[in-house]
Design a protein around this ligand. Sequence first.
Ligand code: F0G
Length: 458
Amino acid sequence: MELPFAESYKIKTVEKIHRSTREQREKWIKEAKYNLFNLRSDQVYIDLLTDSGTGAMSDKQWSEMMVGDESYAGASSYYKLKNAIKDITGFEYFLPTHQGRAAENVLFSAMIKEGDIVPGNSHFDTTKGHIEFRKAKAVDCTIDEAKHTELDYPFKGNVDTEKLENVLKSYPREKIPLIIVTITNNTSGGQPVSIENMKEVKKVAGKYGIPVFFDSARFAENAYFIKKREKGYGDKSIREIVKEMFSYADGMTMSSKKDAIVNMGGFIGFRHKEHFEKATMYNILFEGFINYGGMSGRDMNALAQGLYEGTEFDYLETRIKQVAYLGNKLRKHGIATQYPFGGHAVFIDAKKFLPHVPKEEYIAQTLAVEIYLEGGVRAVEIGTLLADRDPVTRENRYPELELVRLAIPRRTYTDNHMDYVAAAVINVFERRNSIKHGFKIVKEAPILRHFTVELEKV
Ligand code: F0G
């Protein structure tokens, strides 16, 4: 008999999770104003809200926590992290930050000003938020293939370099401070960007003298897909691929809460000293001295160790196969998802799932609430609520895709949990024709509204 695939680790510590009844959940979600961010964690059975900061650290990471150096300046933990970043990404200079959006805040304070244009591939919501907060504009140049959820295409995260070049041609050089390539492309479904595409982007950017930064939250998952799907990379190690990927960037922002498998942390990597020096002042102002930037010494130690563990092939294979395991169960039942599955989550196509709910009533949010009611599973809306209003017209922006994301925390849940999640989603699917209405907004913030929005049933 062929030996089956199994996890590349075993469990040392466990945490109790809480079952509930449908009646309880109906009460709780109403009290939460139908916003899943407002639920308490003990009101959730399986939490797939995010894969960010929700992973399980290893015994080695925990032991690194014990030997953190908490010196304000010159801590050994800082140098441990600096060496790990240099070793894995190749970037000579770095600034620690407390998480990914803090890295964006620091970098963009140094680089972006009012009226600027920042092209990229489906900028993540905090990235876009930080750009628009500075009265600059994020221009999405993702390939059109990403919009067709059922189209089997290996690198749906790619930048359309023709769209990119059109943007670069249309504005003066000084209006475009940088290009941001998000690897993997979270918003379009955790979809990878190919090495070939990274190379092309760098070439086009070079023609216009514009630096390229990678939003690298899930860079290791991206490297795994390159190894599996891109010609010529099958025999290369994940670390070799990662090194090559970053060789096509001038710098990176990192939310370490994803592929570095820590609960909190981030950093910015730089190739050029002048970029690093420009950002340093903002790091000190917003995050802390450049030797810790919002992290404890022990956090930097765990992060350094996590960068190595997160770039091991066996770990990545375990993780990405679990995402596909859940995705395949849904697809077998005729549920449309972004396909191929991404690295960190299964994205359900909510427009295809709930054809009767009008877009003005927040289709993806309606589905996410139904999935919670069904089984206590918390997913997240990647749709109209997340897309916010147009900063100028204040009209709702209706994205082409209304998605519900089932994000899988790293090394946290078992395949039995995935079976449970699949059953809950399938049960909703069986009664989808009875779901005709969604929600209306009763209260919202001017930017990043999805975190705090309050809703009422239509
Ligand atoms: N960039 C990407 C691609 C992200 O997915 C995130 C966070 C960030 C930047 C910001 O990093 O949270 O550390 O400040 N994504 C989380 C998610 C929140 O659920 O996808 P952060």
